[in-house]
Ligand binder design. Sequence first.
Ligand code: IPE
Ligand code: IPE
Ligand code: MG
Length: 243
Amino acid sequence: MPTDSVDPGYLDMDRIPRHVGCVMDGNGRWAEQRGMARTEGHARGEHALFDVIEGALELGIEWLSVYAFSTENWNRPEDEVRFLMNFNRNILRSRCEELNQMGVRIRFVGRRDWRVPKGVVQEMDEAIELTRCNKRLTLVVAFNYGGRAEIVDAVRKIAEQQIPASRITERTIARHLYDQEMPEPDLIIRTSGEYRISNFLLWELAYSELVFTDVLWPDFDRRDLFAAIAQYQDRHRRFGQVQ
Ligand code: IPE
Ligand code: IPE
Ligand code: MG
């Protein structure tokens, strides 16, 4: 069944999560299962990502964040890291205009340190600039991102401003995270059958609903997104209260 004919009609359109985060995992295993190089799995992940973006637009999700490269992923073999850098640069170059036409605003969270190649940084800046006025969906790409690194960077910014310790609150930390506008995720989806967070949005996910699926990322599409949202709609969020 072509994915663009999937009807999300079974979802409650009044309770669509505002921000959905995705840990796009399982590319390597998808490829290995088919006797292919791991990098083929990353390449196939592009299709999944774009189908999920279209599904998010269909539902009117406002924020979609996707984990593309973690601060720990530098520890992978050099040729895989090089592939991922080139791959991300090429996607930005070749598909940014399409995302722009779709009304997607692109942002990035993560460290822009010396390890990120200049060509990638340049494409990131161009994508941000080109899409900055779009309003349908904000796509936040977590690239060279680590939740702990984000908290460390926030603490460093606070220390630089010499804010007295007694005046530091949760709001102070939240205000120094990478993206000031990004709401906390309502729902985080992790693919590939792993039940962990792997350093994604650690501060922000305090009260997010978590959905884990065995589907490997290259096989994931908007139907799986809708199914995860159906699970989300079955949950009762209490935020620590009695309700
Ligand atoms: C996720 O897929 C993509 C990145 C981490 C960049 P993996 O490459 O982690 O795939 P598996 O988990 O080894 O199958
Ligand atoms: C998380 O996946 C990072 C991304 C999806 C970019 P990993 O494959 O790196 O996480 P672990 O190693 O299974 O925890
Ligand atoms: Mg993995």
